[in-house]
Design a protein around this ligand. Structure first.
Ligand code: DAH
Length: 342
C-alpha cells in the first residue's frame, strides 16, 4: 500500500508540473490522465487490492487524487482559452451588421384570420379537427352514404394502411365532431386544410383551405343564415356589396344555396374577374339536413341550424389579384413578401 501512496504522490507532481503548449497537448493530457484508459481510472481500479479495513482511508486518497487531476485539467483549459483570446482579432465595429430578414404572414393566413375575426364578432368560436379522417366523419354522417353519387364531386386520397381513412375533402368533418359532443347550442367556424383528387392547374389544386361555419340552436331559420352571411360579406368586401342566393344541392343541407357577391373588382358592371356577369360565387350554404342532426344524436324536431362553407384561395386570389393558385404553395419568397396586410 505504501507503494501505491508513493506512486500517487509522483503522479501529482507530474500533473502539477505539466504545462500545455496548445490544445493538442491539452487533449493528450486529458487522454493520458482522465481518458477511459487513463491513469486516474487505472489508479482507482487499485481499490480492489486494498484490504477491507483500509478501504475507507484509501478511498479518500484516491478521490482526492482524481479531483486534483480534474482541477488541474480545468486550470490548463482556461489557460489555453486565455491564450487564444489574446491572439483573436479585435471586433471591427465599422462592418455592416448581419441582415436578418423579417418574415410576413402568408396571404392565405391573412385572409383566413380576417374571415375568423369577422365571425368572432358574431360570437362564433374556432373549432378544428383532423386532416386524416374516417369515412363516417367526412362522408357518411354528412348524409353521403357509400355509393351516393354526390361523393363523386369530392374524390380524395385514401390511406393505404386502412381503407376507412382518407384525407378530408372539407372541414365539415369538424362540424360532425362538434355535434357529436352533444353540447348545444353550437356556433363555430372551422378553418383548415382540405384535399381533393384533382388535376393541378392554375385554378385547382390537390389541396386548398376552407372556412366552414355551423350554428345550431332552437328556432334557427334561413333568415338567420342570410343575415349572418350578409354581415360577413359587408365586413369582408365593403359596405356596398350586394348578395344573391342561388338554389343549389348539398347532401348535408336542405334547402341548399350558393351565395354570390356583386363583383368587388368592377362593382357589378362586369369585368374579367367576374367573367362579365357582375357576380362572384363565394360560398355554399343551407339549413342542416335533419338526417345529419340525427346522425349526431341531435333531436331534429327541437333543433335546427345552418351551415356554410367557403374556400380561402378564391377570395384571396380576387382580393390580391393573383391569377394562379399554385403560387400560394410554391414558397417563393419573392411572391410571399409582397403581402403585408389584408
Ligand atoms: N362542404 C362543402 C364543400 O366543400 C361546402 C359547404 C356547403 C359546406 C354547404 C357547408 C354547407 O357546411 O352547408 O364543397
Amino acid at each position: 500500500m505504501e507503494q501505491l501512496l508513493q506512486q500517487i504522490e509522483a503522479y501529482k507532481q507530474e500533473v502539477a508540473g505539466f504545462s500545455a503548449a496548445d490544445s493538442t497537448a491539452l487533449e493528450a493530457f486529458r487522454i493520458k490522465w482522465l481518458g477511459t484508459k487513463g491513469i486516474v481510472k487505472a489508479t482507482m481500479g487499485e481499490m480492489k487490492n486494498v484490504p477491507n479495513e483500509k478501504k475507507k482511508e484509501f478511498g479518500q486518497v484516491l478521490n482526492e487524487f482524481k479531483t486534483f487531476v480534474e482541477n488541474r485539467f480545468e486550470e490548463l483549459k482556461e489557460g489555453a482559452g486565455n491564450g487564444q483570446q489574446a491572439t483573436a482579432p479585435e471586433t471591427d465595429f465599422s462592418l455592416p451588421g448581419d441582415h436578418i430578414p423579417v418574415g410576413t404572414r402568408h396571404p392565405i393566413t391573412m385572409v383566413r384570420n380576417r374571415i375568423i375575426s369577422i365571425f368572432q364578432q358574431l360570437g362564433f368560436s374556432v373549432a378544428t379537427g383532423p386532416e386524416i379522417e374516417d369515412d363516417w366523419h367526412n362522408f357518411t354522417a354528412l348524409n353521403l352514404p357509400a355509393h351516393h353519387p354526390a361523393r363523386d364531386m369530392q374524390d380524395t386520397f385514401y390511406v393505404h394502411q386502412n381503407p376507412d381513412w382518407l384525407l378530408r375533402t372539407h372541414t365539415s368533418n369538424v362540424q360532425i365532431r362538434e355535434m357529436e359532443k352533444g353540447k348545444l347550442p353550437i356556433r363555430i367556424i372551422c378553418p383548415g386544410r382540405v384535399y381533393r383528387n384533382e388535376t393541378v392547374s392554375a385554378r385547382a389544386h390537390c389541396f386548398f383551405h376552407q372556412v366552414e361555419g355551423l350554428y345550431i340552436d332552437e328556432n334557427v331559420s334561413f333568415a338567420d343564415l342570410k343575415q349572418t352571411l350578409y354581415f360577413f360579406v359587408k365586413e369582408m368586401f365593403g359596405k356596398d356589396v350586394r348578395v344573391r342566393f342561388r338554389p343549389s344541392y348539398f347532401p348535408f343541407t336542405e334547402p341548399s344555396a350558393e351565395m354570390d357577391v356583386s363583383c368587388f373588382i368592377c362593382g357589378g358592371e362586369g369585368c374579367r374577374v367576374c367573367k362579365h356577369t357582375g357576380w362572384v360565387e363565394i360560398l355554399g350554404c343551407g339549413m342542416v339536413h335533419p338526417n345529419v342532426l340525427e346522425n349526431c344524436g341531435i333531436d331534429s324536431n327541437k333543433y335546427t341550424g345552418f351551415a356554410f362553407g367557403m374556400g380561402i384561395e378564391r377570395p384571396a386570389m380576387l382580393l390580391y389579384g393573383v391569377n394562379d393558385l399554385r403560387l400560394f404553395s410554391e414558397n417563393d419568397i419573392r411572391f410571399l413578401k409582397q403581402f403585408t396586410s389584408a
